[in-house]
Design a protein around this ligand. Structure first.
Ligand SMILES: [Zn+2]
Ligand SMILES: [Zn+2]
Length: 241
């Protein structure tokens, strides 16, 4: 029988090894600090990472599914109560652009109300309709904690954004209470293209924890993120038919 304290200790150990902290199973200051940061709702690939020996650890993780088209459409199912529609359209275009700069992928916004796009983006709060997601992840918990979650290519492209968060569109160094929408979108697009959470690499966009208020204004994809996405789709020099 597994006692609940053992299960708790195991969960803390998993959390620590996922984030390159010493896996003691005890919640120390360093662990506490990281646990308080906002994160993405997608699960960490803990069991896969644990099944590898230390020498086989990769700095990134691929989900195992990818898109077969290089031209992908995306569509807004709705918009946010917190940010302007024009601002969202601009930022999402820039976020897709960061991935198309390093791959042959092209992203086109669709305005077709009836037909779903390859990638559908929606703003939700609390419990919401979440296709393909396990029931326990079909909810957001209000401000803080999980900011967004996304399905992988084989499960259909759905990006869900928690609209209870304090979002900001543009960078403002004086603003310490808001979360960069662009940063989170670049991360979620990584998932929708087939990347899982990276095995915590400082500066990787695919790390499970987001920067909170300290996102640099002109942040870039980390080398690890570029290697990972190019494993799936090749680089930007590939000519499309
Ligand atoms: Zn994520
Ligand atoms: Zn959802």
């Amino acid at each position: 029988m597994v006692r609940s304290s053992d299960a708790m200790q195991e969960a803390v150990k998993n959390f620590q090894s996922m984030n390159r902290l010493k896996p003691t199973g005890k919640i120390n200051e360093e662990t506490k600090k990281l646990m308080k940061r906002s994160r993405c709702g997608n699960r960490d690939p803990v069991s896969r990472i644990k099944s590898r020996s230390y020498g086989e650890l990769l700095p990134y993780e691929l989900h195992g599914s990818k898109w077969t088209n290089y031209k992908l459409t995306y569509r807004f199912k709705n918009f946010s109560q917190k940010m302007t529609k024009e601002g969202i359209i601009k930022i999402v275009k820039e976020a897709f652009g960061m991935w198309s700069q390093v791959t042959p992928l092209r992203f086109i916004e669709s305005n077709d109300k009836k037909k779903r796009a390859h990638i559908d983006i929606q703003f939700s709060t609390r419990i919401h309709c979440c296709h393909e997601a396990p029931p326990d992840s079909a909810k957001f918990e209000g401000p803080g904690g999980v900011m967004a979650h996304t399905t992988y290519p084989e499960d259909g492209g759905e990006i869900h954004v928690d609209d209870d968060e304090n979002w900001r569109l543009e960078y403002d160094p004086k603003d310490t209470n808001t979360m960069s929408f662009k940063y989170v979108m670049v991360h979620e697009i990584g998932h929708v293209l087939g990347l899982e959470h990276s095995h915590f690499v400082e500066g990787s966009i695919m790390a499970p924890y987001y920067y909170n208020t300290d996102v640099p204004p002109n942040f870039k994809l980390h080398e690890t993120d570029i290697i990972a996405i190019q494993k799936l789709y090749g680089n930007q020099s590939i000519k499309l038919p």
